[in-house]
Design a protein around this ligand. Structure first.
Ligand SMILES: Nc1nc2c(ncn2[C@@H]2O[C@H](COP(=O)(O)OP(=O)(O)OP(=O)(O)O)[C@@H](O)[C@H]2O)c(=O)[nH]1
Ligand SMILES: [Mg+2]
Length: 458
């Protein structure tokens, strides 16, 4: 089946390229506040399960709508053939370069998606552009892509759209999430009966592809937990005199190592959702802008102490265990190492060290310093909640969106896991315990169940 073809048409600077970027999950398409950014028609494919399912043509804005309309009327032309005639007549005239470019996909019989910023007043030129499209007679939908909140011109636009288009849909290219993208495709399904089966198949493929991405994300998150919970760093030193400075460095590299594992998992999820520009330097207020080991993170993510106690009771590990004296030479929390633990921060750990430093004598002389693995019961829930939140952001992020603002800030627990049932939290705690104990049999048994839980949450 040939993928359906739609041309995105409209006045300059109305958000045409933004619509294409979000619909095709392509953040490399040039979007600019300067009108006339797009000068040629370019085809971009929406892909699912490795196949092109719909093609969208990003076009330049109309250059001479008034003259285009009068020429079509003078020559009594209509239908797709009119677009061909228009190109034949004006292709050599540089003043009509943009008009000829936008007519190119229409001459091929593409469906039309007309994009307008309905927060501004409707003008005579807008009506002329709509009339050109009506004369060409191709199946067409209008998208209201309002750049500001203003609603005062909306009814006027809707009135004009009703007269000239087969369907109307509000679609904010800079905020639209997956559900809204599907909603728009559902609308396109209605504008031409003959195209409906191809669009039904496309929507099904996109939904399946989305489910596959959720599963893959769950694997990435499980993988992050598996690596982070057994992560250690070691260093050999000659004697005690080097111990203090070496421990400091080792603590730092241990902390950085864990942060790196988290960043890699986030990057994998970003790629999965086809984001190449989305930076993980979020807005200042965002909890995701906080370091994995910052006190704010530990306040907002993870479980409350009582939830943690219930979850951990399932594996027989009490909260507030004293440090195992036999293992520890020296011990300290990684928070302190980061210099980020102030006042109430100690209470977040409830007597639990984040990680211990072991100092062992090596038979042939010298000392071996080892830090990790992380034994704190809260830590995996923090990692998990941050990954789930990052996934929510990346999977809902419109590809056309330019800025990285994410306002999530509160002293309340904001992570997902604190809203789960005790049963689900216990399952997670058992999965974490299996990783820590390196019991392969338990891990194999729990992995599918835990993965399913995460896929459902995603
Ligand atoms: N806030 C907001 N701004 C938008 C939206 N869509 C587009 N813009 C802004 O509007 C300007 C034009 O967007 P483009 O997508 O480049 O518009 P275009 O119609 O392709 O423009 P030309 O190629 O010049 O015809 C850019 O500054 C965008 O950031 C939207 O949904 N919300
Ligand atoms: Mg453009």
């Amino acid at each position: 089946m040939t993928p359906p073809l739609f041309a995105i048409i409209g006045h300059p600077n109305e958000g045409k390229s933004s619509v294409v970027s979000t619909l095709t999950e392509n953040d490399s398409i040039a979007i600019s506040s300067t009108p006339g950014e797009t000068t040629r028609s370019n085809t971009y494919d929406a892909k699912a399960q490795g196949k092109t399912i719909i093609s969208f043509v990003d076009t330049p804005g109309f250059q001479n709508p008034t003259r285009c309309l009068s020429w079509l009327k003078e020559n009594e032309l209509s239908g797709a053939a009119a677009a061909k005639e228009f190109i034949n007549r004006f292709s050599a005239d540089s003043q009509f370069h943009h008009d000829c470019e936008l007519m190119t996909p229409l001459a091929q019989g593409a469906g039309v998606i007309f994009v307008a910023d309905a927060s501004r007043p409707l003008s005579k030129v807008d009506l002329q552009e709509m009339e050109i499209l009506r004369l060409l007679g191709l199946p067409r939908a209008a998208i209201i892509n309002s750049k500001s909140e203003s609603q005062q011109n909306l009814e006027q636009w809707k009135d004009a759209f009703r007269k000239n288009f087969n369907a109307i849909r509000v679609f904010n290219a800079h905020n639209a999430n997956f559900t809204e993208r599907i909603g728009l495709l559902e609308t396109l399904k209605t504008i031409e009966q003959d195209w409906s089966p191809a669009l039904v198949a496309a929507i099904q493929a996109i939904n399946e592809d989305w489910g596959e991405r959720a599963q893959r994300s769950a694997e990435i998150i499980s993988g992050l937990l598996e690596e982070s919970l057994v992560f250690t760093q070691s260093k050999l030193i000659a004697n005690e005199s080097q111990s203090a400075s070496s421990q400091k460095k080792l603590k730092e590299s241990y902390r950085e190592g864990l942060i790196k594992l988290e960043k890699r998992a986030w990057a994998d999820m970003k790629n999965l959702y086809r984001h190449h520009k989305l930076s993980i330097d979020f807005d200042q207020q965002s909890i995701l802008n906080e370091d994995l080991f910052s006190e704010k993170t530990w306040q907002a993510m993870g479980l409350t102490q009582s939830q943690l106690a219930i979850a951990a009771s399932t594996i027989g590990a009490g909260i507030g265990l004293s440090v195992d004296a036999a293992l520890s030479g020296l011990s300290f929390g990684v928070f302190t190492a980061a210099g980020a633990l102030f006042g109430g921060g100690a209470a977040l750990l409830k007597g639990q060290e984040l990680s211990k430093m072991k100092v062992n004598h090596v038979p042939l002389g010298g000392l071996k310093l080892t830090i990790g693995p992380n034994r704190n019961e809260q830590f995996p829930f923090i990692l998990l909640d941050r990954a789930l939140l990052f996934h929510r952001v990346a999977s809902n992020w419109a590809h056309a969106k330019q800025e990285n603002t994410l306002e999530i800030d509160s002293n309340k627990k904001k992570g997902d896991s604190s809203n789960w049932s005790d049963k689900d939290r216990k399952l997670a705690a058992r999965f974490f315990a299996a990783i820590k104990s390196q019991r392969q049999d338990k891990l194999t048994q729990l992995y599918p169940e835990f993965n399913q839980l995460i896929t459902n949450v995603l």
